[in-house]
Design a protein around this ligand. Structure first.
Ligand code: ZN
Length: 442
C-alpha cells in the first residue's frame, strides 16, 4: 500500500511534514498525489497528503521547485484531485504569484451531477448554481462564480470526473500501485468528499521450494532455447505479472492464489454526516467493512452517564471543565459542519469499521505533549517536561473522547461483528501518531 500521510495543520503543513518528531517519512519532492476533500480555507484535507487549501500553493512551490522557464513535460509529476474550483484556485494563485515550476501538474475535478465542468481553456464567465440533493440544504441554491483563468504554463489537461449517480460515488478515480482510490460526498458546509483506498488482494505464498528446484533443473534448457542465464529471473513473471509458465521439461509454474484480502481505508475530512443522507449509497456503501476509518471529532461533551463513568468525582469535574456542556457541543458541531463522538462512533458502526482513528479537535482541545508514535494509553508516554501537568490533563480528555467514540462505535455494530471486536478502542490522533494496520490474514 502506498504510504499515506494525513495532515491538516493549515499553513504549517509543510513544516509539520518535515518535523523530525512527526516523521511522516515524506520527502516533499517525492509526493506525487494530493487529494483535497473540500476548498475551505481553514483545514482542508488531502491524502496521500493533506494540506490546507491556502497552504497548497506554497507546498507545490516547495515540492516542484520554482523556475524561470516552465518545465515542459508531457507527463505530470504531481496529480491533484478535488472538488470543482481547485483548478481555478491553483491557476489564480500561481498566476498572481508569477510562479512557474520545474515540472508539470494536472488537476482532476470531482463534479456533483449538476455542476458544470470547468474547461481547460475557459472563456466568458463561469457562474453556476449548486442544486444537487447530495449537498447540504443550506448550500443548495447558492450561486458561485469562479475566475475564468487560462491553464497555467505548467498545467496539463485534467479529467472532469462526474459522480456516478447510481452509486452516489466517484468510483476508482485513481490507481496508485495496487491501490484504487474512490470518493463519495460527505456533509459539510460546502461540497466535500471523503476518500476510500482499496488494496487489491495479494498472494500470501511465494513459489514453493519444489517449483524452485524444478525451475533450477531447467537452467540448461532455458539457456539453450531462450538464452536465459538466470532461471530465477522468470519468477517475477509468475509472481508479479502472474503469468503461467511452461518450462522446457513440461512442468508448469502457476502463480500462487491471491488469497490475502486487500486492506480498505476510509479517510474523511471535515464532516457532520459522512452518510450525506444517502441510504445504501455514497460513503455508507463505499466504505463498508473498512479496516480503518479516520473520522473527525471536533467537539465533545460530558453526558450525565459519562460523568458517572469517570474514575473519580475530581476526574469528572476536570473533564467537565475542559469539554463543552451538554446541549452546547452538538448544536455547535452541526452548525459548523463538524462531528461529536456520537456522530463519529455511529458512522464507524454503520460501516462496520474494524479500526477507528479520530482527529481534527477544536483548538480548545490541544494534544498532549509526547514523543511517542503509538496510540496513547499511559501517561508514561508523555514528555516529562515543564508541560507535563498540562499534558496529563489533555491525555485524560483524549482518553475520555476515545471512550465515548468507542461506546457509540461498538453499540452501532451488528452483533456478529461486535463479538470479534473485543475491547478494541477508537484512537485519538495526534501529530506524529503512526497507526499500524498489518496485512490481513489469508
Ligand atoms: Zn471545512
Amino acid at each position: 500500500m502506498p504510504r499515506l500521510t494525513r495532515s491538516d495543520c493549515g499553513e504549517g503543513t509543510q513544516r509539520q511534514l518535515i518535523l523530525p518528531h512527526v516523521q511522516a517519512g515524506v520527502k516533499l519532492s517525492n509526493i506525487r498525489t494530493i487529494l483535497i476533500t473540500h476548498l475551505h480555507p481553514d483545514r482542508t484535507c488531502v491524502c496521500v497528503l493533506i494540506p490546507d487549501i491556502l497552504g497548497l500553493t506554497p507546498l507545490i512551490f516547495s515540492m516542484m521547485g520554482l523556475s524561470s522557464a516552465p518545465g515542459k513535460d508531457d507527463r505530470p509529476r504531481l496529480e491533484l484531485v478535488g472538488p470543482l474550483g481547485l483548478r481555478a484556485f491553483l491557476r489564480t494563485t500561481l498566476s498572481i504569484t508569477y510562479a512557474t515550476l520545474n515540472s508539470c501538474f494536472v488537476v482532476h475535478e470531482l463534479l456533483w451531477p449538476s455542476q458544470p465542468a470547468y474547461p481547460h481553456h475557459p472563456s466568458g464567465s463561469f457562474i453556476y448554481t449548486e442544486e444537487d440533493i447530495y449537498l447540504p440544504p443550506d448550500v443548495r441554491g447558492q450561486t458561485r462564480t469562479l475566475p475564468c483563468m487560462p491553464p497555467h504554463a505548467n498545467e496539463l489537461p485534467g479529467r472532469d470526473i462526474r459522480m456516478d449517480e447510481s452509486t452516489g460515488t466517484w468510483p476508482q478515480i485513481l490507481q496508485l500501485g495496487n491501490v484504487w482510490i474512490s470518493a463519495a460526498p460527505i456533509t459539510h458546509r460546502c461540497p466535500t468528499v471523503g476518500y476510500v483506498f482499496e488494496e487489491a488482494p495479494t498472494a500470501s505464498k511465494s513459489v514453493s521450494p519444489r517449483d524452485l528446484a524444478i525451475l533450477d533443473s531447467n537452467a540448461e534448457a532455458l539457456f539453450d532455447l531462450y538464452q536465459i542465464r538466470h532461471p530465477r529471473s522468470l519468477l517475477s513473471r509468475v509472481l508479479k505479472a502472474r503469468e503461467t509458465l511452461t518450462l522446457p521439461d513440461g512442468h508448469v509454474l502457476v502463480p500462487p492464489p491471491l488469497d490475502r484480502p486487500g486492506r480498505k481505508l476510509c479517510i474523511l475530512g471535515d464532516t457532520s454526516d459522512a452518510t450525506a443522507g444517502l441510504e445504501d449509497k455514497g460513503m455508507l456503501a463505499l466504505a463498508r467493512d473498512a479496516d480503518l476509518l479516520v473520522h473527525e471529532c471536533t467537539y465533545a461533551y460530558m453526558r450525565e452517564k459519562d460523568v458517572l463513568a469517570a474514575p473519580s468525582p475530581e476526574h469528572a469535574q476536570l473533564l467537565q471543565q475542559l469539554l463543552l456542556a451538554e446541549g452546547e457541543a452538538e448544536p455547535r458541531a452541526l452548525s459548523r459542519g463538524h462531528s461529536v463522538p456520537r456522530i463519529a462512533g455511529s458512522f464507524a458502526g454503520l460501516i462496520r469499521a474494524r479500526h477507528v482513528v479520530f482527529n481534527h479537535f477544536s483548538a480548545r482541545l490541544p494534544a498532549p505533549h509526547t514523543m511517542s508514535h503509538a496510540p496513547l494509553t499511559s501517561t508514561d508516554q508523555l514528555r516529562p517536561d515543564a508541560r507535563l501537568a498540562e499534558s496529563e490533563q489533555w491525555f485524560h480528555v483524549m482518553r475520555e473522547i476515545e471512550r465515548q467514540v468507542t461506546e457509540f462505535w461498538h453499540a452501532s455494530l451488528p452483533e456478529d461483528v461486535r463479538a470479534h471486536m473485543g475491547d478494541r478502542r477508537a484512537v485519538a490522533a495526534y501529530d506524529g501518531l503512526a497507526y499500524i494496520l498489518p496485512p490481513l490474514s489469508p
